[in-house]
Design a protein around this ligand. Structure first.
Ligand SMILES: Cc1cc2nc3c(=O)[nH]c(=O)nc-3n(C[C@H](O)[C@H](O)[C@H](O)COP(=O)(O)OP(=O)(O)OC[C@H]3O[C@@H](n4cnc5c(N)ncnc54)[C@H](O)[C@@H]3O)c2cc1C
Ligand code: SF4
Length: 338
């Protein structure tokens, strides 16, 4: 592991300042000289693998209690970016009013990891593409822009079928982000010039021809909180994976429904494990509005969600699997007793 300096930030402006001072335009994230340290459960791994090579880590765990608070105020849920995954998943109001959030976190990683990892670090985690994580492969546009993509014609079983580009087909790996997308969450962001808000759906950037740039955060910006408006008791997260203990999603669906007298008044759907970014299936969810949900409709919705999918040699199975996950998740959400 390369040597690095360690700093402890006690306020957000100094953390932002440290990030901004070192930021250089168009440098891949892997080479960013300063990185924030939250739970460290993925950043330190990537540093040991020599994928991330920061010269300085700025520890943000001392930014104050507000940063890890979970509060429900005036019908809005606010989750501080430093809240631990396990604390959010076990919060009584989250369990009751936002089951999709609790389930997305409970089904992610292992108990030990969830106790340490923060929700801010979770949404910022990087792809699990094997070729990205193994620096002995030279062709990875995300690590080294212009070097090619070893996954295109390599072993691409876990890769994306939605939102891909000619430069990168890596899957966005997290689970929590799908719940946030489905519930139209927003972000509070702290930067050099104060605080701003942004829809969470605008955080992750599809790979296009610059897969090394993954988010729309500006130099010096850090996420301070997530905010969800309203309550979504009829919401679920369904995740399929290669084993039942800790494992990333092969295909997952976050679904939130508002059902009145058997008719769907509102529906939100986001897909995980199958796309390059947390994926909102807007066309598919529109089919549900004003309808009575039955098996035939669930199937049509699932088909619509994967209409634009494009597979490589080993990952075509995800299209069929993803459809089955959606249909099953819809049926389960419709049957929830609330
Ligand atoms: C074996 C294993 C299995 C896993 N399985 C899953 C899974 O199934 N599903 C899943 O979702 N995740 C999974 N994970 C990933 C895990 O959830 C993440 O490692 C964790 O959530 C990252 O949080 P952290 O606080 O430790 O982040 P860190 O490692 O501290 O940071 C990660 C990145 O986020 C940046 N960052 C941290 N906080 C902020 C902030 N507030 N603003 C801006 N940038 C920030 C850091 O600079 C860094 O680049 C798994 C991890 C492991 C090791
Ligand atoms: S899929 Fe993306 S991350 Fe994986 S090797 Fe190709 S460019 Fe790199």
């Amino acid at each position: 592991m390369r040597p690095f300096a360690y700093q402890r930030a006690t306020d957000a402006p100094s953390a932002s300042q440290a990030l901004a001072a070192a930021a250089t335009a168009n440098v891949p994230l892997t080479d960013a000289p300063v990185q924030l340290l939250a739970g460290g459960t993925t950043l330190i791994d990537l540093m040991k693998l020599d994928v991330m090579r920061p010269q300085t880590l700025v520890d943000i765990n001392g930014l104050g209690p507000d940063w890890s608070q979970i509060s429900l105020e005036r019908g809005n849920l606010r989750i501080g970016a430093l809240a631990r995954m396990s604390d959010v998943a076990a919060h009584p109001e989250v369990l009751m009013q936002y089951p999709v959030v609790a389930e997305s976190l409970k089904l992610a990683a292992s108990p030990q990891l969830r106790n340490m990892a923060t929700v801010g670090g979770n949404v910022m985690q990087r792809t699990r593409c094997t070729y990205f994580r193994d620096v002995s492969y030279v062709n990875c546009n995300k690590r080294k822009p212009g070097s090619g993509c070893a996954a295109m014609d390599g072993f691409n079983r876990t890769h994306a079928v939605l939102g891909t580009s000619d430069s990168c087909i890596a899957t966005y790996p997290g689970d929590f982000a799908q719940a946030l997308i489905a519930l139209d969450a927003s972000l509070e962001i702290v930067g050099k010039s104060g605080t701003r808000n942004m829809p969470f759906a605008q955080l992750h950037k599809p790979p296009g021809d610059s897969p090394q740039i993954e988010t729309t955060l500006q130099p010096g910006e850090l996420i301070s909180a997530f905010v969800i408006n309203g309550r979504w008791p009829r919401s679920i997260y369904l995740k399929t994976r290669d084993r039942d203990s800790y494992e990333f999603a092969l295909a997952s669906a976050a679904i939130a429904l508002d059902v009145q007298d058997g008719n769907v008044r509102d529906a939100r759907m986001a897909l995980g494990g199958v796309a390059t970014v947390p994926w909102r299936a807007r066309e598919a969810e529109a089919l549900l509005k004003g309808q009575k949900l039955d098996d035939a409709l669930a199937q049509r919705v699932a088909e619509a969600a994967f209409k634009g999918a494009s597979a490589r040699e080993h990952n075509a199975f995800k299209i069929d699997l993803g459809k089955r996950v959606i249909a099953h998740a819809l049926q389960r959400a419709a049957m929830m007793e609330i």
